[in-house]
Design a binder for this molecule. Sequence first.
Ligand code: SF4
Ligand code: SF4
Length: 361
Amino acid sequence: MRLPSLAGDPAGIDEDEVVRMLRYAIDHGVNYLDLGYPCDMEWHERLARLLGRALKDGYRQKVKIAANLPSFLIDSPADFDRYLDDRLKWLQTGCIDFFLFGGLDRETWPRLQEIDVLSRAEAAMADGRIDKVGFGFHDYFQTLREILDAYDNWALCQLQYSYMDIDHHPGVGGIRYAASEGLAVVVTESLKGGRLTRKPPESVAVIWTDAPKNRPLADWGLRWVWNHPEVATVVSDMSTLEQVAANVALADAVEPDSLTVPEEVVIGRVRDAYRKLRPVPCTACRGCMPCPLGIDVPRIFELYNDAVMYDDVETARSLYRIERHDIDSCNECGACVAACGLKIPITDRLKEACKLLAGWK
Ligand code: SF4
Ligand code: SF4
């Protein structure tokens, strides 16, 4: 369970209700709480203090807490200690069970290695401020392998995974590899930030109608992830006590390897139906990379495809903005077009993507 994502005005949240939700979850078996990735520091601090309050009265002893270090903000070993000590103070605890290097990928990992923050993590484990270290990851299988192979003491990795992510970022191969290396695999975004629970497009809706069981869409999505024996736990944002109650009841009822073949077939058909809606048939193979001007073609196509597939332009636009893509700098050199095995007319499709994501005319 991730600390509730409380949409709207942070000042307007009902903190007593959040404490009730957290304690209900713990009373019903939730034993892992993830503070989440710190996008807004002020808000993050408030959530951490709230979690600390909820874990008083003996609740701290019943759960493991995970906290994320924002890797892209770490410039020195001292930053590591400052971020850790702040969280210990806010959470009012002497030890964080799992301290994660958040957002590791091919760019952040070499930088963290250079700064040698792992030696700071080792020191924090030795003095008891951390019990174990892990990392959050969003990149391709090869990078995951490099990170796992570089350090023997990883305890946990957190990956985005849903029935739409079976073969990328880093897909089922990454989940299996991490588990085979002895890491606890924690899954996030199992419902793709809620996009898999919205009203589906017609071509998908008819498949759900024919499904062997009539279930809520969230139920299908979570069952599919929990069906993997390699997955240790799934964290999910919840905003109401009803959602917490529904999710803990479902978690109690589902076992790994319990989906039937007809159920797997239905989910496979749903995946195919969504994929048919993609405007660009990019497989994210990254054969066209690197672009000499640093344009991340596969990622831009992914945002474009997701916006259309899930009819959710708003999320795609904000990610495009946050990730600071810059298609304006493309000089149409054609290097990516020549490298694409699928012969996608990349420069033309990038212009289409930008019309949608950046509001180009
Ligand atoms: S055409 Fe544009 S996106 Fe493709 S490699 Fe050249 S600069 Fe990069
Ligand atoms: S080479 Fe083609 S299919 Fe592969 S990531 Fe680039 S655009 Fe996508």
